[in-house]
Write a protein that binds this ligand. Structure first.
Ligand code: SAM
Length: 280
């Protein structure tokens, strides 16, 4: 990973947008960052199922007439789930291509509005009872991330705001190059929420992401071997994911627990859910 430590480096938002336009031809797996290592749809489905358990629990109090905002909706997996449950769902994404994938997925759903725009400035009407940011603050500089959280407090003053963000175990790392992103620690996300006058109600490690990230790290490792580096990523990602699933009690359950117990920094990236609410 080429990049900087600390949050002083500014992201180039044009490069961020260009990345997502480019990734949109494989929008479903790109939404879950499973595309570069050729991980199969089953890996994305596995991660989504585990993540859904957290979101279901935290949105359990939302009734069928609730308005829900999916900011940075990507290919619309969460938008679709919310559309089946709630009265009004708004999905927003800055990428034309990603939003087009969401439109294809959600064709015919009358209670969904899909809007192309920047999360910071897009016009949004009404009050929301639920908001999901599934990997969005990581593409914003610190000041913009705080500004967006302040905005969410105004859009959902009595609602539940869920963040799902990738990060590092300590400090802040900015990745430069064609995939620009800020990886913040959980403590840093808690600090951003406090600055935006939002209360952190709950925090949960993202097990689904941890499982996928083990696969990502192993594919990257395997592809350092020249014969595998020459092969298509899916020829490595597919079999490796099947092997991990077949050995899941050890590779996907015991290994992450041991990593946590021994405080090892592997895989380097982590991911957490945070449940926020506007302060009274
Ligand atoms: C990692 S994907 C997550 C997609 C979706 N939330 C999911 O969980 O499937 C991040 C998405 O955020 C969008 N995005 C990045 N910066 C944005 C911004 N400033 N405003 C709106 N969308 C943005 C990208 O276009 C991309 O579709």
């Amino acid at each position: 990973m080429s990049g900087h430590r600390g949050d002083e480096h500014r992201l180039d938002y044009e490069v961020v947008r260009a990345y997502w336009e480019d990734a949109a031809h494989e929008a479903e797996s790109a939404s879950y960052m499973a595309h570069e290592q050729g991980l199969p749809p089953g890996c994305v489905e596995h991660r989504f199922a585990l993540e859904r358990a957290v979101v279901d629990r935290w949105f359990a109090g939302l009734g069928p007439t609730a308005s829900v905002l999916d900011l940075g909706c990507g290919a619309g997996a969460w938008t679709e789930l919310f559309a089946q449950r709630y009265g009004r769902v708004v999905g927003v994404d800055a990428s034309v291509g990603m939003l087009a994938a969401a439109r294809r997925r959600l064709a015919g759903q009358g209670n969904v509005e899909l809007v192309r725009g920047d999360a910071l400035t897009v016009a949004l009407d009404g009050e929301f009872q639920g908001v999901l940011l599934g990997g969005l603050l990581m593409y914003l500089d610190r000041a913009d991330a705080v500004a967006l959280l302040v905005r969410l407090g105004q859009l959902a003053p009595r609602g539940r705001i869920i963040l799902r963000e990738s990060g590092v175990r300590a400090g802040v790392e900015v990745q430069t190059g064609t995939y620009q992103v800020v990886y913040r620690s959980l403590q840093e996300y808690e600090a951003l929420a406090a600055e935006a006058a939002l209360r952190v109600v709950a925090v949960e490690r993202n097990r689904g992401y941890a499982h996928m990230e083990i696969a990502v790290a192993l594919v990257n490792l395997a592809r350092r071997w020249p014969p595998l580096a020459r092969r298509d990523a899916t020829a490595v990602g597919g079999p490796l994911w099947r092997l991990l699933r077949a050995t899941a009690p050890v590779t996907l359950d015991l290994v992450p627990r041991a990593i946590e117990a021994f405080r090892l920094d592997w895989p380097h990236l982590t991911n957490h859910f945070l449940l926020l609410e506007a302060r009274d």
